[in-house]
Design a protein around this ligand. Structure first.
Ligand SMILES: [Ca+2]
Length: 195
């Protein structure tokens, strides 16, 4: 399967060219630093959750040990490449690697949230920036499987649930969600996603 753009509200199974499910893949996030209050420090937040239903509600994780972000880059089944502070330069700014075989039992959703670090203090929001893309790439083949683009958001939106990875056993599907959150920061998502 070649790279497919997944539009907001749609989903796509993460499947390799040979038809087998991708069990280990990277979510490569790139964003543009331009905007009136640059630099913008986007942070990726992901968590291995259970109990959520796409389009209806977020799942929860029983422990903050399953909460992957710049302050905790290695969690069971999910790891983060690093913390890019300004989106400068070409290519991938931050990348999440997800290994379905290493996730805690019972996980059915991994929300992928993009948040602007210190948005309130810096007077920044998503309306000022020029978007971001997430490309999902199979680790074993290197092939790009799916792309989700950040939608346009209004003034005050500081975080976006960009995509949700739906996990069923050793298969995964990406949902392009693009749900904006006004005024929410990292701590709010820790609370929203922790049981
Ligand atoms: Ca960052």
């Amino acid at each position: 399967m070649s790279l497919q753009l997944v539009k907001t509200g749609s989903s796509l199974p993460l499947t390799k060219a040979d038809g087998q499910p991708s069990t280990k893949f990277v979510v490569e996030l790139s964003w543009n630093a331009n905007g009136p209050k640059a630099p913008y420090d986007f942070d990726v937040i992901a968590a291995a959750t259970s109990g959520g239903v796409v389009g209806q509600g977020l799942g929860k994780t029983p422990s903050t040990a399953n909460f992957c972000y710049w302050g905790q880059k290695q969690t069971p089944g999910i790891s983060l490449s690093g913390d890019n502070r300004d989106g400068q330069g070409d290519g991938v700014d931050e990348a999440l690697t997800i290994d379905l075989t290493q996730l805690p039992a019972g996980v059915n959703q991994i929300p992928v949230v993009i948040e602007i670090h210190q948005a309130a203090a810096r007077g920044q929001d998503m309306s000022q920036t020029k978007g971001a893309t997430a490309v999902i790439r199979d680790v074993s083949t290197g092939a790009a499987l799916a792309q989700v683009n950040l939608d346009t958001f209004g003034v005050g939106t500081t975080a976006v649930l960009m995509a949700t990875i739906e996990v069923t056993g050793q298969t995964a599907k990406v949902h392009a969600v693009n749900q904006g959150f006004v005024g929410k920061d990292l701590n709010d998502f820790v609370q929203l996603l922790t049981a």
